[in-house]
Design a protein around this ligand. Structure first.
Ligand code: FES
Length: 98
């Protein structure tokens, strides 16, 4: 499955069982994050296309936020190719993992 992050046009492959955040970090893409378990909302961004499911039962999103397309990539796993809008995502200069 492919993850694309706009508006920087970054992309990477998401492996089986990987969250969107884990896949991005492994590919050398830096994104805001903190708890990595779906509670702090530091990683919150928007889903532009595709669908996700959550690794935890109650990710820190209200139903309204979910309806608006907000996602928490640290605990979101793609159900196909997805496009996220995360303006602060950057390719890491050193290209290293998390
Ligand atoms: S890093 Fe805390 S909710 Fe995603």
């Amino acid at each position: 499955m492919k993850l694309t992050i706009e508006p920087a046009h970054l992309s990477c492959t998401v492996g089986e069982g990987q969250s969107l955040l884990e896949a991005a970090l492994a590919a050398g893409i830096d994104m805001p994050r903190s708890c990595r378990n779906g509670t702090c909302r530091a990683c919150l961004c928007h889903l532009e296309a595709g669908q996700v499911r959550y690794r935890v039962e109650w990710p820190g999103l209200s139903p309204d936020e979910k309806d608006e397309g907000c996602v928490l990539p640290c605990v979101a796993m793609p159900m196909g190719d997805v496009v996220l809008r995360a303006p602060s995502a950057r390719r890491r200069i050193d290209g290293a993992g998390a």
